[in-house]
Ligand binder design. Structure first.
Ligand code: ADP
Ligand code: MG
Length: 606
């Protein structure tokens, strides 16, 4: 009988190996973005079509490749990043296995255009199914552009496994964000089907977080920063009041690589204990940097899990650093933070640490003083009050002492003490609020936008706003792409009062709308919403939800020119100053201005 064992042809071997590395369009996106980062790019652009199923293209201005390297890059185990087994323990780059490009070339049709600064011409290569179809010199900018088309065109079983475009696109955005978050000093852009989704200018980490997670974090990030001989931590945690009912805005990076770690997440949750409700999740974006010899990043093929040499130290350190940061922000004036025993005891940690030392860190005086119940409450009520009180204090000091102080303990958001407001509307545009030492001028439309925005924001995370059933459902016929866009938002729309139901192909029936919305405008409103979602082009934020509530707030707000009743003016004025950020619209336009009597007096030479 003949021998039966054969070596697999390269393209089949590569296809099998590719299964591990490239599971979906988002995995290819991650690999290509990381390669661009490794190549030292300062500008990285991602373009996808059909959620990456038709095309994924990454353009970078990194170091580029020589002709030979460009060809070699697609061989399996071809990498410029390690050459000895020892290198594995000192990885500073994102990639190192030399598998990504080979895998990508095995399951798609790839074109690469690349040029190094020192070369006069670049190289163009076309590969599909691991076979080079074309290779030629080409004029090109320094850097690399890789396009992969028709992912899994030759592995139909895998192609069929892919989810809807909306779902695959979401994965892509997630991967994109994880890379973009880790490298704020790199410009990133993401376009999908010709539409700009993210446009992230080079910035500080803090700005990058706000660019990505939205303006609502702008004034609500607490810096976390601790350094020891063994490891450093840097980044930001959201103030306790930004905690959400859904897990989501939580990021850990180890040596700039995004990782998942339930264990370290637990450490952060412990630090937030007593400051946030039990079932809510704080925002954080934390970077742990340590000597690569203390890590094994090789454990997971897509490298999202990580093994620390000493996990417990990292846990204690993370918990302690976040606690310290929270304490500093919240109750700094009442405690002396020069010495943090938690961190101090860890500072000696270049050597192995005992359980005792770890426990000592966890039970340090700082922790205890901080988690005392009454202090946590103190923080809470203070943060609820600051905004409107500040305004009030600035403009009406004497009233404050009597009426406000007395009610400090009970005052909650939305419940102002009953101060009668004398309000006048001028130009059908501004609400004038006279005070003893000046007056406030509130822009009715801007103010209402802010109010509605915060109301919607709260509804997304909590109780839905009331909706009124339409007697006759209004039909909304859409282009297929718009249909998909809106379909994804159905649950969020419901929270803010709009009930949409699929009704035949590319059509929704609007069955309910917010009870305070004038009849008959819901269709136009949804159409405007879609326009806003599609054309917020160069806008920095990404979250579709965020865009949705901004758009709705703008549309539903009372307009300039509308005559307001006394009650309406009162309502706007009072509610505005219970807002988290009363002084500007979600897009940053001012909502009110203060004119001091002293300034007026000066004008008149008094
Ligand atoms: P790895 O990143 O693990 O080394 P890849 O298959 O992702 O493996 O890439 C293989 C090699 O191709 C890299 O080591 C690098 O030398 C080169 N390369 C890949 N992408 C780029 C790029 N965008 N710019 C410059 N060189 C690149
Ligand atoms: Mg790589």
């Amino acid at each position: 009988m003949a021998d039966i064992i054969q070596l697999l042809p390269d393209n089949i071997a590569n296809q099998i190996a590719a299964g591990e590395v490239i599971q979906r369009p988002a995995s290819a996106v991650k690999e290509l973005l990381e390669n661009a980062v490794d190549a030292g790019a300062t500008e990285i652009r991602l373009y996808v079509q059909d959620a990456g199923k038709a095309l994924i293209q990454v353009t970078d201005n990194g170091q580029g490749m020589s002709e030979t390297d460009a060809r070699m890059a697609f061989e399996r185990h071809a990498t410029s990043k390690i050459s000895r087994i020892d290198d594995l323990f000192h990885i500073r780059t994102m990639g190192f296995r030399g598998e990504a490009l080979a895998s990508i070339a095995a399951v798609s049709q790839v074109e690469i255009k690349t040029k190094r600064a020192e070369d006069t011409s670049g190289t163009f290569i076309e590969i599909d199914n691991s076979i080079v179809r074309k290779q030629e010199p080409i004029a090109a900018n320094t850097g690399t552009r890789i396009s992969m088309k028709n992912l899994f065109f030759n592995v139909p079983a895998r192609r069929n496994f892919l989810k809807s475009n909306a779902a695959e696109l979401r994965h892509i955005v997630d991967e994109f964000i994880r890379v973009a978050m880790a490298f704020p000093n790199i410009f990133f852009s993401l376009e999908s089907n010709g539409q700009q989704m993210l446009y992230l200018e080079k910035s500080s980490l803090k700005q990058r977080i706000v660019q990505i997670l939205g303006n609502s974090y702008a004034a609500k990030l607490i810096p976390v920063q601790e350094q020891t001989d063994y490891l450093n931590i840097r980044g930001f945690a959201g103030k306790p009041e930004t905690a959400k009912k859904t897990r989501g805005d939580q990021y850990f990076f180890v040596n700039n690589r995004f990782i998942r770690s339930a264990y370290l997440n637990h450490a952060v949750m412990r630090a937030f204990e007593d400051l946030i409700p039990k079932d809510s999740f704080p925002m954080y974006c934390l970077f742990i940097d340590l000597d690569p010899t203390q890590l094994d990043i090789n454990v997971h093929p897509t490298k999202q899990e990580i093994k620390f040499e000493d996990e417990k130290i990292v846990y204690a350190f993370v918990q302690s650093a976040v606690k310290h940061a929270l304490a500093q922000f919240s109750i700094a004036p009442t405690l002396d933070f020069e010495l943090d025993p938690g961190i101090q005891s860890l500072e000696a940690v270049s050597k192995p640490v005992s359980r005792e030392a770890e426990q000592a860190a966890a039970s340090s005086g700082l922790y205890e003083s901080f988690t005392r119940k009454n202090q946590a409450h103190f923080i809470e009520s203070r943060s609820n009050l600051t905004n409107w009180r500040e305004v009030y204090e600035r403009t009406n000091p004497e009233v404050l002492t009597d009426q406000v102080k007395g009610s400090e303990t009970e005052t909650r958001e939305g419940e102002l003490p009953n101060i009668p407001l004398k309000l006048v509307q001028i130009f059908n545009n501004y609400i004038l609020w006279p005070k003893t030492d000046g007056y406030l001028l509130i822009h009715q439309q801007n103010a209402h936008e802010r109010i509605l925005y915060e109301k919607f924001l709260a509804a997304l995370d909590g109780k839905s706003l009331p909706s009124q059933q339409n007697l006759f459902p209004v039909l909304l016929e859409l282009a297929p792409a718009d249909y998909v866009l809106l379909e994804e938002l159905i649950p969020d729309l419901k929270k803010v009062g709009y009930e949409l139901e699929p009704f035949g192909p590319n059509c929704f029936a609007i069955k309910g709308s917010p009870s305070d919305l004038p009849a008959g405008v819901e269709k136009k409103l949804m159409e405007e919403l879609l326009e806003d979602l599609k054309h917020s082009g160069l806008e920095l934020r990404i979250s579709v939800r965020e865009k949705m509530i901004r758009s709705l707030a703008m549309q539903q707000a009372v307009k300039t020119g509308k005559v307001l009743s006394n009650e309406e003016m009162q309502e706007i004025t009072e509610t505005l100053f219970t807002c988290e950020i009363p002084n500007s619209t979600p897009l940053g336009k001012p909502t009110y201005t203060v004119v001091k009597k002293s300034e007026l007096d000066k004008l008149f030479g008094r």
